[in-house]
Design a protein around this ligand. Structure first.
Ligand SMILES: Nc1nc2c(ncn2[C@@H]2O[C@H](COP(=O)(O)OP(=O)(O)OP(=O)(O)O)[C@@H](O)[C@H]2O)c(=O)[nH]1
Ligand SMILES: [Mg+2]
Length: 454
């Protein structure tokens, strides 16, 4: 428990009108501060009230005795709280005015406004959670699909931490074996052999690789698969967007050049979030507005994770289309021939997916293909899937590099002193993921991405 912490407070609920709003206070003066503002309906003093129980009453401005709001208040004694410090939560009426006024009163008692993520940072610094759990808090809050939520909640309770610790204990076992042989060669202890170390390295490496593999789709799960629908005017791009969305979001007409600007919409296909972009049809044009739209289409395609290239199935590919196809990254493109209802007599080319937005033909297959295109199969089952952020992924890769260094040292016939340095570094790198070894500046960059009040 960190005893030199000051007391912090923030509004923990979202801004805007709502049924309730919560002001959270944490630190040594949390209870005293709240007690000086709270008037219980039954005359109870918050300082001596039972912990983890809701009390009904009012928040009153001690300066002029004016009542700010009716509230329910709960105190939690450290370490049995979110931050592991004394915490008070004031549930007042939601909405900007009551929550702000209560927060102002709390701050006027000498409490400091919390920085973004500071409550969670304290939970970490006070040892209640490790860094993988702290980082998953934000993923839980911002989860875009049930799958992402399920994985993040798993990590909140330590699933990633446990996997990391499994690798760590492999590395520690190797180091113990090396050290004991170096320090006490005269004792009867387990013999150090190159085989034991190389197989230990192999195990640790495999575990680390597996985590990277399980976390392969983290970015897409977190941000959504950026998908651009592109093609010539009038091929049915906006119609396809509307069909996937299940609503008439984009304007559809039979006039080529209907869509001028780029439209983004988020949907879930299977368990995967997609952010779909409908774009202006690509063609040579002198119209200034349309020209800008065409440029935006091409750049949307470039920055997309997935491209749906649409053509009209009842027409042959023209030179413009062939030229655009030539510029596309084929690994991330699904080629779609729409309006198959108008092309029943046309023979079908195997590398095109024939669909009809009008009749629904081929749409389910297309959805299937879209999710397969990004997951390369199925999204990992909940047992194994992890959501890695860039920091965690980098550290895992660095750990693997240090393990490889150790392996090379053994292969080069170097003695244990040499490869034990690499193994020690591998362990230290790995423990930065859980936060067991870490610098203060790293913490700041992690927690500044949090929202206030969490
Ligand atoms: N028969 C048939 N018509 C379709 C199909 N899909 C779309 N259309 C029609 O094709 C026309 C053009 O559709 P849009 O969705 O506006 O085409 P777009 O590619 O967005 O066109 P621009 O915005 O101009 O680039 C409309 O009249 C649609 O009703 C289909 O599968 N079959
Ligand atoms: Mg359109």
């Amino acid at each position: 428990m960190n005893s030199n912490q000051d007391t912090i407070a923030a509004i923990s609920t979202g801004t805007g009108s709502a049924g309730i709003g919560i002001i959270r206070i944490s630190g040594p003066d949390a209870v005293g501060t709240a007690a000086s503002l709270f008037v219980s309906a039954t005359g109870k003093d918050l300082r001596t009230a039972e912990a983890s129980k809701m009390y009904y009453g009012r928040i009153r401005n001690p300066q002029d005795d004016s009542v700010i709001d009716e509230v329910l208040i709960v105190k939690m004694n450290g370490p049995h709280s979110y931050t592991a410090e004394d915490v008070v939560e004031i549930n007042c009426h939601g909405g900007i005015v009551p929550t702000r006024r209560i927060l102002e009163l709390v701050l006027a008692q000498g409490v400091r406004h919390a920085d973004p993520g500071e409550f969670t940072k304290r939970a970490f610094l006070n040892g209640r959670i490790d860094l993988t759990q702290a980082e998953s808090v934000m993923d839980v809050i911002t989860a875009k699909s049930e799958k992402a939520l399920e994985i993040s909640v798993g990590q909140l309770s330590g699933s990633l931490r446990d996997k990391i610790r499994e690798i760590d204990s492999q590395i520690i076992d190797m180091l113990v074996l090396i050290e004991s042989n170096l320090d006490y060669p005269e004792y009867e202890i387990e013999q150090l052999t190159n085989e034991k170390i190389t197989s230990g390295i192999e195990n640790a490496r495999t575990l680390a690789q597996k985590i990277l593999e399980y976390g392969r789709n983290s970015y897409l799960m977190r941000e959504g698969v950026r998908t651009a629908i592109i093609g010539k005017p009038n091929v049915g791009k906006s119609s396809l967007l509307n069909l996937l969305l299940g609503e008439e979001r984009a304007i559809v007409t039979d006039i080529p050049g209907t869509t001028r600007d780029v439209i983004h919409e988020a949907i879930l296909i299977g368990d995967i979030p997609f952010v779909i972009t409908d774009t202006a049809g690509i063609r040579e044009t002198e119209d200034q507005v349309e020209k800008i739209g065409v440029e935006r289409s091409l750049s949307a395609a470039e920055s997309a994770d997935l491209i749906l290239f649409l053509r009209d199935a009842s027409k042959d590919l023209d030179d413009d289309e062939a030229a655009v196809i030539g510029t596309l990254d084929r690994n991330k493109t699904i080629f779609i021939a729409n309006k198959s209802d108008k092309a029943e007599d046309v023979s079908r080319e195997t590398n095109w997916n024939y669909i009809s937005v009008k009749t629904g033909e081929g749409i389910e297959d297309l959805k299937e293909r879209m999710s397969r295109a990004v997951t390369g199969g199925s999204v990992e089952g909940s047992g194994n899937a992890v959501m890695l952020n860039e920091r965690q992924e980098n550290l895992l890769r660095q750990t693997i590099q240090r393990l490889d260094d150790a392996r090379r040292a053994i292969d080069d016939g170097l003695s244990a002193e040499f490869y034990s340095v690499d193994l020690t570094e591998a362990g230290e790198t790995l423990r930065q993921i859980t936060g067991e070894s870490l610098g203060e500046d790293v913490l700041d960059t992690i927690f500044e991405r949090f929202c206030i009040g969490k």
